[in-house]
Design a protein around this ligand. Structure first.
Ligand code: C2O
Ligand code: CU
Length: 443
């Protein structure tokens, strides 16, 4: 058996039909400079995949096999995590848990796995994340449906924010205690696909599939499209029933929207984000060309086909409860004992890559679970589980992350069908690195 056959067999549990040859991509990770602010401002020193932030948009078809050959030219170790993808544990990109870090100054690693689910996913480091993601390491991973719905355009907006000084330099106070113990590193400059944008060009009558990806360390987005009513096709890559409710994206989360361009030729419409009530800002404007509408009326929206997810058996599900605590204005663990650790999972803080402790949950493969997630803090926490997609019972859709409002709870349910040690953590990266993460073992 050659290596490729061996790897294919290893992935049998997730995609029994997938024996296709992998499609190969290369990612080279290095420092570079990029004009984030534009308009005569200096370029910003960033870290990037293949020389640009965001990294290349990787597009595959559902059922294809991905092979990404990574070379790390940074002076720091790194890994690549494939957020939201159900893949074999060894490909999950968690340092010292599923792989050794990719060594600095030329280290290499090959990620290769099947893509069982269609949807909008993304990739980012899982080592020193508060710094590495803030410096620009992230990119979209888009897995197209076997029969994608008819759209005039399919566009990803990778949303991120930066903390810049007046010379457009990154403020390098990554993971400082003030950010870590409060809302995380929220920046002062929001970019769409790696630059501040004034406008996004559209044409009247267009139907656009807009894939929003929140790649920020800590910022939550709740965009409003003035004069438009986009419908939600998918959350975290998983189809939902065409919701027209407002989209709220915590860090790490994605939403696929169907944006029908119902505005008049030549008109402009603001996209506003007012998640933080006192700090609403304009993301950009939809700018209509003068061209006449490409259609007079819109067809009803198609539904996306569901992904092959195992439905949890709620009657037989074993129940668990996980409580998240800490932060300023909460019951802090003793600061002297836990230096730099501000957050707890079931009362215990776990530092960024200390996985020696017992898993917070030990699950049996094939069994259904219902887990209540309780936020005992005054802060928002987007809680993300690796290797699985769960049903959010309190909102009735599939997802890989759930945004917990302050002092709130959510209930998730899933079949533990992917063996390995998987991270469960807050995707506010400063919270993750200061105690708010744990390991879930499936065996
Ligand atoms: Cu987006 Cu643990 O990851
Ligand atoms: Cu958090």
């Amino acid at each position: 058996m050659n290596r490729r056959e061996f790897l294919s067999l290893g992935a049998l549990a997730l995609a029994p039909h997938a024996f296709s040859a992998p499609r190969i991509q290369k990612l080279r990770i290095a420092a570079t400079r990029q004009p984030l602010v534009g308009a005569g401002n200096p370029d910003t020193a960033v870290w990037a995949y293949n020389g640009a932030v965001p990294g290349p948009e990787l597009r595959f078809k559902q059922g294809e096999r991905l092979r990404v050959e990574v070379e790390n030219a940074l002076g720091a170790g790194t890994t690549v995590h494939w957020h939201g993808v159900r893949l074999p544990n060894a490909m999950d990109g968690v340092p010292n848990l599923t792989q050794a870090p990719i060594a600095p100054n030329g280290g290499k690693f090959v990620y290769e796995f099947d893509l069982p689910d269609a949807g909008t996913f993304w990739y980012h480091p899982h080592l020193g994340s508060p710094e590495q993601v803030a410096r620009g390491l992230y990119g979209a991973l888009i897995v197209e449906e076997r029969n994608p719905p008819a759209m005039d355009r399919d566009v990803a907006w990778v949303l991120s924010d930066w903390r810049l000084d007046r010379e457009a330099r990154l403020v390098e106070s990554f993971g400082n205690p003030m950010d870590a113990s409060h809302a995380g590193r929220i920046g002062n400059t929001v970019t769409v696909n790696g630059a501040i944008r004034d406008t996004f060009a559209v044409r009247a009558g267009e139907r656009i599939r807009l894939r929003l990806i929140n790649a920020s360390n800590a910022r939550i987005y709740a965009p409003i499209f003035e004069g438009h009513s986009p419908r939600i096709l998918a959350l975290d890559g998983q189809p939902v029933a065409n919701l027209n409710q407002r989209v709220v994206l915590g860090p790490g989360m994605r939403a696929d929207l169907a944006l029908d361009c119902t505005g008049a030729p030549g008109s402009r419409h603001r996209v506003i984000d007012d998640f933080y009530a006192q700090r609403a800002y304009e993301v950009l404007k939809l700018e209509y060309s003068a061209d006449k509408p490409i259609r007079a009326a819109f067809e009803p929206l198609p539904q996306l086909a569901p992904n092959p997810l195992a439905a949890p058996d709620l009657a037989k599900a074993e129940r668990h409860r996980i409580a998240f605590g800490g932060g300023m204005m909460g019951a802090l663990p003793s600061q002297r004992e836990h230096q730099g650790l501000f957050w707890t999972v079931n009362g215990r803080p776990i530092s960024e890559h200390e996985h020696q402790g017992e898993p917070i949950l030990s699950l049996r493969r094939g069994q259904s679970y219902r887990v209540e997630l309780v936020n005992d803090t005054a802060w928002h926490h987007p809680i993300h589980l690796h290797g699985h997609v769960f049903r959010v019972l309190t909102a009735d859709h599939w997802a890989d992350s759930v945004l917990l409002d302050p002092r709130s709870r959510a209930e998730i349910a899933f079949v533990a069908d992917n063996a390995g040690d998987w991270m469960l953590h807050c995707h506010v990266l400063e919270h993750q690195a200061s105690g708010m993460m744990a390991v879930v073992r499936v065996s």
